[in-house]
Design a protein around this ligand. Structure first.
Ligand code: AP5
Ligand code: MG
Length: 189
């Protein structure tokens, strides 16, 4: 069972590389951001709550996002493993993930940290905002998302180093070259 945490700042390529990992390894994918955007699109109560946080570049409360994660995880039957994209984003979320997997006799296999300098992150997100119009891809919200990432999410690098699960990935270059580094890390597991 391969349980991969794909990690990195906003715009680091988590979604882009997840697609390639799924195609090669046949895993299930949970992107908490995609789940929340679907709820917003469908106009659900959860979507209304989520929109308030996402538009401000802030994280949803841990308890709420952990419940969502647990229910998506339960929906996967006969899974070869899961890519966790955009989760965990805080230490309590990482601890909850560990507990959920341990209860299923599993664990996180690896945490892949896509490392991209901030100037390039901003450039990618501004470009995507102009092309496809994700509501949080504007300069003001991007800056808030980066602050939240640096303060609340990046400490997870040390958490996974302590767990012996941390793997650095150079997130700059062609999508193919980055995927080659990811695949070689996965194949060593
Ligand atoms: P989420 O949807 O997870 O957004 P994010 O972390 O800000 O990251 P992105 O999806 O913007 O970037 P990505 O790393 O997936 O990069 P991508 O492949 O798209 O979360 C959104 C919000 O939801 C949060 O702010 C929060 O409010 C809430 N939320 C979600 N999860 C939560 C949680 N666990 N707890 C609490 N709240 C939560 O690539 C970006 C762009 O770059 C694309 O246009 C792509 O084409 C391009 N690109 C990719 N790779 C390359 C490359 N190698 N070279 C050039 N361009 C590239
Ligand atoms: Mg994404």
């Amino acid at each position: 069972m391969l349980n991969i945490v794909i990690f990195g700042a906003p715009g680091s390529g988590k979604g882009t590389q997840s697609e390639r990992i799924i195609a090669k390894y046949g895993l299930n994918h949970i992107s908490t951001g995609d789940v929340l955007r679907a709820e917003i699109k469908n106009g659900t109560e959860l979507g209304k709550v989520a929109k308030g946080y996402i538009d401000q570049g802030q994280l949803l409360p841990d308890a709420l996002i952990i419940d969502i994660l647990a229910s998506v995880l339960d929906s996967f039957k006969e899974s070869k493993g899961v890519i966790f994209d955009g989760f965990p984003r805080t230490i309590p979320q990482a601890e909850a993930l560990k507990k959920m997997l341990n209860e299923r006799g599993q664990d996180v296999s690896v945490m892949l940290d896509l490392d991209v300098p901030e100037a390039e992150l901003i450039e990618r997100l501004i470009k995507r905002g102009q092309e496809s119009g994700r509501a949080d891809d504007n300069m003001e919200t991007i800056k808030k998302r980066l602050v939240v990432y640096n303060e609340q999410t990046s400490p997870l690098k040390d958490y996974y180093k302590t767990e012996g699960k941390y793997q650095h990935i150079n997130g700059v270059g062609t999508m193919e070259a980055i995927f080659a580094e990811i695949a070689s890390a996965i194949d060593k597991l």
